[in-house]
Write a protein that binds this ligand. Structure first.
Ligand SMILES: NC(=O)c1ccc[n+]([C@@H]2O[C@H](COP(=O)([O-])OP(=O)(O)OC[C@H]3O[C@@H](n4cnc5c(N)ncnc54)[C@H](O)[C@@H]3O)[C@@H](O)[C@H]2O)c1
Length: 314
């Protein structure tokens, strides 16, 4: 059993991960400041004896008086960061800080605690990729001053400082690059494409499609991601690993899939493509397949059904 400090525990992915880690017999101390997370995501965890929670902004170090600063952990897992564009556009500086200063404080904390460090990076480090599909060796095509740079460059800095600690202080690190992930516990107002279209279908509103809808995305169901994270913890591998579903869909195909699911034909409104929106994104998951014997199992129709049920319920 491991002692794990997990940031972003009230978020979509963090709350699933906390639940799964405790199910594997670990103790999890979840940390969050609720800037994009929701306390409803902690509902099932509040009564779990292997879970505890601290409200804290991890862009600041733990105060000396805080008991956490004296606790020892086996893992520090950093999953805190706004992840949906409308959310990080609303708090741009906080987004840079949580991946910059936040990552640095947690690296120091992991080093002092002799813990391993796990960083959740993103496919956004590839920017608007010129290589397709994206392998971990691709360096990316990112606009360093564009509107999305707060997130993309924040994550690139987060990766860079993680590897600085790995090289200079021999810290044992894991880095994953997460591709579009969806599922229950997402914030229904997070503005991501799956959420937007599912909520518009539930409300009987027109679908909003940005651009011509022919840009592609690959959508990973959350349980597949969590499985990949847990497997990577057991493997001695320090380089970045892509975790995503390589099945590629255009946004129009996604909309059609949701129409099929809900049985409602909805009108589509087309809006201009946001600035620096990537035209295509697809993970090369050869590393995860070879290293972790992992591949996504939940197909889009099934994952959308489970997510739709969750949104309809809440
Ligand atoms: N969902 C995806 O498709 C996706 C894709 C790529 C990468 N990621 C990464 O996975 C992680 C989790 O994403 P998510 O989709 O669950 O997003 P989310 O917004 O649902 O969760 C992030 C959590 O971090 C918390 N947080 C943010 N800043 C904080 C701070 N300074 N101190 C404490 N807590 C803070 C938020 O309150 C929230 O609970 C993020 O690092 C994100 O960049 C997600």
């Amino acid at each position: 059993m491991a002692n794990i400090l997990l940031t972003g525990a009230a978020g979509f992915i963090g709350s699933h991960l906390a639940t799964e880690l405790t199910a594997h017999g670990h103790f999890v101390l979840g940390i969050d400041n609720f800037c994009t997370g929701r306390s409803i995501n902690l509902d099932g965890l509040k009564t779990n004896k292997d879970f505890d929670f601290l409200e804290h902004d991890i862009s600041k170090p733990f105060p000396i008086a805080c008991p956490v600063s004296r606790m020892k952990f086996d893992w520090v897992m950093h999953f805190a960061s706004p992840a949906s564009p409308p959310k990080y556009f609303a708090i741009p500086i906080e987004t840079m800080l949580v991946n910059g200063e936040g990552t640095r404080h947690l690296l120091d904390f992991a080093h002092a605690s002799r813990a391993k460090f796990f960083y959740s990076s993103t496919s956004e480090v590839y920017g608007d990729p010129l290589v397709h599909p994206q392998t971990e060796s691709y360096w990316g095509n990112v606009n360093p001053i564009g509107v999305r740079s707060i997130y993309d460059e924040g994550k690139r800095y987060g990766e860079a400082i993680t590897y600085a600690y790995h090289r200079a202080k021999k810290l044992d690190v894991r880095v994953i690059r997460i591709f579009n992930t969806y599922g229950p516990k997402m914030d229904p107002e997070d503005g991501r494409v799956v959420t937007n279209l599912l909520m518009q279908a539930i409300r009987g509103q027109e679908f909003t499609i940005y651009g011509d809808g022919k840009q592609t995305r690959s959508f990973q169901y959350v349980s597949d991601l969590i499985e990949g994270v847990i497997r990577l913890m057991d493997v001695d591998y320090n380089q970045p690993v892509n975790l995503g579903n390589p099945n590629e869909f255009t946004i129009l195909e996604l909309a059609k899939e949701i129409e099929k699911l809900t049985g409602k034909a909805l009108q589509m409104t087309f809006r201009p493509l946001p600035s620096d929106d990537p035209k295509q994104r697809k993970p090369d998951i050869t590393t995860a397949q070879r290293l972790l014997n992992w591949e996504p199992r939940v197909q889009l129709a099934e994952g959308l059904k489970l997510t739709h049920e969750y949104f309809a319920k809440i």
